[in-house]
Design a binder for this molecule. Structure first.
Ligand code: ATP
Ligand code: MG
Length: 191
């Protein structure tokens, strides 16, 4: 499951857990982006903070792991590179790429999108506020999955933290504390 995870929240965790249960996955690898190509405009938190929050949020689940492939690769992050690196590390694994309804819509605009279909199965999960359609995507290329609706976004969590409003119960407790400890999103007016 790729994402900016700025910060990781319970919507991400429920989506990952549901995909794992429904598709019988052995492991969910969370892959925080390095520099996301499509978010160059925004004020993205340094990758090391986003990576550590993802580690904190997933630590208690034995099936959840976090990969540094995108954080450690110089330059912009492209999913084609993510999948190539994950395949190199786990040559035996059957890869599934989990995305939300909003992200799957962007897939055709991703770098080398025609090659992605051979590199992984794509799983699109429902997300409040976004219609889940796979129009224009290869037939059979994308599995759609309805997951319990959690109307949580990282954008809203950043706004709340920036405005001094609570993010308790939207993100895991350890992430609330990490945000406070490092003063993340303080005085944020980016969106
Ligand atoms: P931002 O508001 O900064 O874009 P976000 O909440 O969309 O953050 P991302 O890191 O962009 O989080 O998302 C990573 C992946 O998780 C994407 O595929 C996205 O569609 C999916 N996702 C995010 N939030 C949810 C949610 N509440 N339910 C289901 N999927 C989600
Ligand atoms: Mg997003």
């Amino acid at each position: 499951m790729g994402g900016t995870f700025d910060p990781i929240h319970h919507g991400h965790l429920v989506a990952a857990s549901e995909a794992a249960a429904n598709l019988g996955l052995d492991e969910v690898v969370f892959v925080p982006t390095g520099r996301p190509g499509f978010k160059q405009h925004a004020n993205v938190t340094p990758a090391e903070h986003r990576y550590l929050m993802t580690v904190i949020a997933t630590a208690s689940n034995p099936r959840f792991t976090v990969s540094r492939v995108d954080v450690d690769r110089p330059g912009l992050t492209y999913t084609v590179d993510t999948l190539r690196d994950l395949h190199a590390q786990r040559p035996e694994a059957d890869l599934f790429f989990i995305t939300g309804a909003d992200a799957i819509q962007q897939i055709l605009t991703w770098k080398d999108s025609d090659r992605l279909w051979d590199m992984a199965h794509f799983v699109a999960v429902t997300r409040p506020g976004h219609r889940l359609t796979v129009d224009g995507l290869p037939q059979g290329g994308v599995t759609t999955l309805e997951v319990p609706a959690l109307a949580i976004s990282s954008t809203d969590c950043r706004r709340r933290a920036g405005a001094g409003l609570p993010v308790w119960y939207l993100v895991p407790d350890g992430v609330v504390q990490y945000i406070a400890k490092h003063g993340l999103y303080r005085g944020l007016h980016d969106e």
